[in-house]
Write a protein that binds this ligand. Sequence first.
Ligand code: XBP
Ligand code: MG
Length: 256
Amino acid sequence: MALEALIFDVDGTLADTERDGHRVAFNRAFADAGLDWEWSVELYGKLLAVTGGKERIRYYLDHFNQGFSRPEELDSFIAALHAAKTDHYTRMLAEGAIPVRCGVKRLLREARRSGIRLAIATTTTPANVSALLQHSLDRDAESWFEVIAAGDIVPAKKPAPDIYRWAMGRMELEPQACIALEDSRNGVQSASQASIGSILVTTNGYTTDDDFTGASLVIDQLGEPGDPFAVKMGSAGEHRFVDLAMLRDLHGGNQA
Ligand code: XBP
Ligand code: MG
């Protein structure tokens, strides 16, 4: 089946948002609430095992801060903390704190010119996606994507396949017509369980040692002409940076 659509993950894939974005915003929200919690770079790497900010806070309490005396209404306590975190995070993005990753702008521009359909499938909160697209990519970038599937729109977050299924359902697309672009093991599992066979991974500092079973190709970045990617798993043939020709070859190879 011909390649019809690219479905992008957000955090770690479009931009390296976790260490200096989300993590910092969580810590600011904790401080505002008078909590002495401090998520270090190292601890946050462990917490990333769980996707979703609210789910991550709960995982932290269950496994890394069992001594914390929990309020009776734990769900609303976590929801309020998370809402404050989202405010901090979107404000950071509005200040231009996080650029998109190498090659992202170029690839999206080429995809739009060629008429390839674009979508987003992410675990993060919708307001975070809007802020990142608007401030780090382009003022109109939200309109580049036919579907933005994000956050609590599905009850089960990645690695569950639901968010990819939701996006493809909205676009009436078969998984065989799509490529998923991801950065993490949870993301690859989500796309793979949604029957997407073509999965391109660009790793980042937190995911470099993940198990990417199910991915078609794992590289360190999309790259640019003159700034090639390094291949970590699979084969990119003669390609040195990710463009549509490369993605079509990757997708075609997967159909064989
Ligand atoms: C990444 C996530 C999110 C973010 C934090 O999603 O797991 O939870 O870390 O954002 P993806 P929220 O890689 O699928 O883009 O606090 O809004 O959940
Ligand atoms: Mg990701």
